[in-house]
Design a binder for this molecule. Structure first.
Ligand code: NAG
Ligand code: NAG
Ligand code: NAG
Ligand code: NAG
Ligand code: NAG
Ligand code: NAG
Ligand code: NAG
Ligand code: NAG
Ligand code: NAG
Ligand code: NAG
Ligand code: NAG
Ligand code: NAG
Length: 409
């Protein structure tokens, strides 16, 4: 039922894209094809840039929505929304940092503790071809997946806090698609706004590199990103992906995504672990509201994924084989369930950003990610110990929390 719903929404997405060329949007809306599309224009708030001030960097937050998220009695409180094109803070610019969040329309913070989840959000560049899934067989529309976040809201810190001259380039004519799935654990509908904070540099300075996103997923390209959940301890590994010339180079950073029940997600190069991102649960915002809290001694019920550890730097050479493995243990961390008690599908995504044709330095770093509000910052147990540096290669990051990059559409 859940995947069927996702496919319906992707079908809507396709209809929308076709609508832009074959008919007016209003016609489509009247025919019900676009009924889930939100209509309010985005609002932009300028913020203070943090990195590369000498390059004239800027930071802005953009709102997407508002979205009506149905109550738990309807589709388990989960609903997907697709919009294209969506507002970006800039065109012909290099985006160095992206982080998603969720609020009510009045700007108040929304999270598990208010029964509203940013289950996941993904951004697509419809003008580019995805490095791993060149033809997205679900939508039939090729598009490069360049950002993803789950409710843990890990940033895509592409420039590693301004220490790495790299970013995701958005061209003057690029069309950006937005897919989100929101979840409501109340018995009444709620309305939410997805926020995305972007930091960027106008143009493409000569000393900076464009990154190519590489989306590794436990699910095959023609399936979407969901796999069936199991009870107990289990894992899924992606089919290997071999790096072609146009996606080989220096890995600037990686983010990951797993759902509740996930313990860690490991990205391996040539069968050797490169980055093992550890999931951390709980902390401010990441607990169920008191009324719904189920307290069991020794269990983590009512506590949800709040961050994934992160690594940075590494090298991807032509012919290297990459896999991602998502590890779950529902005895250690309670999984998500539907209203009837059945297990909801899980995900395992690793999104790497590769500065093509560049080579990495031999240093690698790993650190905890923090949540959107700066709370619950954690340090990876994996830091330093799991990364493998072989033949000049090294490693990077993972931040999954449930959505390694949205393909988890
Ligand atoms: C933008 O702000 C206006 C005025 O406050 C509001 O009506 C609208 O819903 C907002 N749109 C989004 C996407 O947040
Ligand atoms: C926000 O920043 C953009 C880009 O620098 C600028 O064009 C716009 O005028 C600013 N808006 C406000 C309200 O300051
Ligand atoms: C709740 O949302 C559903 C679907 O989004 C809608 O059909 C229903 O009318 C809404 N209920 C209320 C009380 O607004
Ligand atoms: C939700 O469904 C249950 C079982 O069908 C029903 O008892 C309850 O009244 C419903 N609640 C709402 C808010 O629709
Ligand atoms: C904002 O909206 C939420 C959800 O409707 C509500 O619970 C909260 O009290 C509101 N906050 C303010 C400051 O109005
Ligand atoms: C970036 O800076 C933040 C805030 O100082 C810190 O928590 C985080 O660990 C840093 N990330 C990296 C990859 O260095
Ligand atoms: C962008 O679109 C305009 C108008 O269609 C066209 O003239 C221009 O060449 C395009 N620029 C790029 C970089 O593709
Ligand atoms: C990785 O291990 C699998 C199974 O042992 C093997 O079939 C495959 O050839 C190995 N791949 C590489 C790149 O070494
Ligand atoms: C939810 O958690 C956030 C972050 O700690 C906090 O600011 C907010 O007040 C909490 N909301 C509720 C309703 O407890
Ligand atoms: C799963 O978690 C339980 C409880 O923490 C632990 O006893 C068990 O060893 C874990 N299983 C695996 C395979 O790690
Ligand atoms: C998973 O296992 C637990 C403990 O054995 C059990 O209580 C629960 O009903 C199982 N859930 C599903 C969906 O099988
Ligand atoms: C990388 O190098 C190849 C071979 O020299 C070249 O064809 C390609 O354009 C380069 N790509 C980038 C993004 O610089």
């Amino acid at each position: 039922m859940f995947s069927g719903m996702v496919q319906d929404v992707l079908l809507l997405a396709l209809c929308f894209l076709l609508a832009t060329t074959t008919g007016s949007m209003n016609d489509r809306v009247e025919k019900g094809l676009l009924k889930q599309r939100a209509s309010s224009p985005s609002n932009i708030t300028n913020l203070t840039a943090q990195f590369f001030p000498s390059q004239g960097s800027k930071r802005a937050q953009i709102t997407y929505g508002p979205f009506n998220v149905p109550n738990m009695n309807i589709t388990n409180g989960m609903q997907s929304f697709f919009q294209a094109p969506v507002e970006m803070p800039c065109k012909d610019c290099l985006v160095t940092y992206i982080q998603a969040g969720l609020t009510y329309p009045n700007g108040t913070y929304a999270n598990a503790n208010t029964s509203l989840w940013l289950h996941h959000v993904v951004l697509y560049n419809l003008n580019n071809v995805d490095a791993v899934c060149p033809t997205n067989l679900i939508t039939g529309v090729p598009g490069e997946r360049f950002f993803a976040s789950g409710n843990e809201r890990s940033p895509a810190n592409i420039c590693i806090n301004g220490t790495n001259n790299a970013g995701y380039y958005i061209g003057r004519n690029d069309t950006i698609g937005f897919l989100t799935e929101l979840m409501n654990t109340e018995m009444v509908n709620q309305t939410a706004v997805v926020t995305i904070e972007y930091e960027y540099i106008p143009g493409l300075p000569a000393s900076f590199s464009k990154v190519t996103p590489v989306w590794l997923d436990i699910a095959p390209c023609d399936q979407g990103s969901e796999e069936p959940a199991k009870n107990g301890s289990f894992q899924y590994t992606s089919t290997p992906w071999t790096a072609p010339a146009n996606a080989a180079g220096r890995i600037t950073c990686a983010i990951g995504h797993v759902h509740d029940g996930g313990t860690h997600i490991d990205i391996a190069k040539n069968n050797q672990s490169m980055c093992d991102a550890i999931a951390v649960y709980g902390g401010p915002g990441y607990m169920d509201p008191m009324g719904n809290m189920v307290n069991m001694p020794g269990m983590t019920m009512g506590s949800h994924i709040s961050s994934l550890s992160e690594c940075s730097t590494g090298q991807l050479n032509v012919g290297d084989s990459l896999t991602v493995t998502a590890y779950y243990n529902t005895t250690e961390y309670a999984p998500m369930t539907n209203t009837d008690g059945s297990l909801t599908p899980i995900m395992g995504i690793g999104l790497l950003y590769v500065a093509v044709n560049e080579t990495s330095s031999s240093t690698s770093t790993s650190s905890g990610t923090s949540t959107a509000t700066g709370v619950a910052s954690t340090t990876s147990k994996a830091a330093g110990s799991i990364m493998t540096v072989a033949g000049g290669s090294a490693l990077f990051a993972g931040a999954v929390g449930g959505m390694v990059a949205l393909g988890f559409a």
